[in-house]
Design a protein. Structure first.
Length: 156
């Protein structure tokens, strides 16, 4: 049973780091970069994002691995098909989106993003900001649903 406590702690800590970092980038770094504006603003965003990306390349896989271990040990596979436990499916979907973004899309599209930023850095930052806001809102809703759902309550 100690493995469950360790897995749960690792899962929560990795999600807090990951989504907390997304919050910081979205609500602090991006507005600061937009306020600075131009190439300097985009360079600021890139510097913050690069440091954060290096960290979440650890915390996102750790969230997935610990979540997988919890699902296995608790035998809760049915949660991922039960519409009443929508937040479990949402957690998996959010995790998948972020894994794809960090490990696939960002490396593949980095040069395109830099090209867009070279032409119009403020427009590039606004587009990135809208995507970050959407992902943060979905992650926050999922986290709220998971906390309520894990206590036997439902938000919807």
């Amino acid at each position: 049973m100690q493995d469950l406590a360790i897995a749960r702690a690792l899962h929560v800590l990795s999600v807090v780091h990951w989504i907390g970092g997304v919050s910081f980038v979205t609500l602090i770094a991006l507005p600061m970069a937009l306020a600075r504006g131009g190439a300097d603003g985009f360079a600021l965003f890139e510097a913050v994002e690069r440091r954060f990306a290096a960290q979440v390349r650890f915390s996102i896989p750790l969230a997935g691995a610990s979540g997988l271990w919890l699902a296995y040990r608790l035998n809760i596979w049915s949660w991922f098909v039960d519409p009443r436990i929508w937040w479990a499916q949402a957690m998996l979907a959010i995790w998948t989106v972020f894994m794809l973004m960090v490990f696939v899309a960002e490396p593949l599209l980095h040069h395109k993003i830099e090209s867009l930023a070279a032409a119009d850095p403020d427009a590039a930052l606004r587009r990135i900001g809208r995507l970050h806001m959407l992902l943060l809102a979905l992650a926050a809703l999922t986290a709220a649903g998971a906390v309520a759902g894990s206590q036997g309550e439902s938000l919807f």
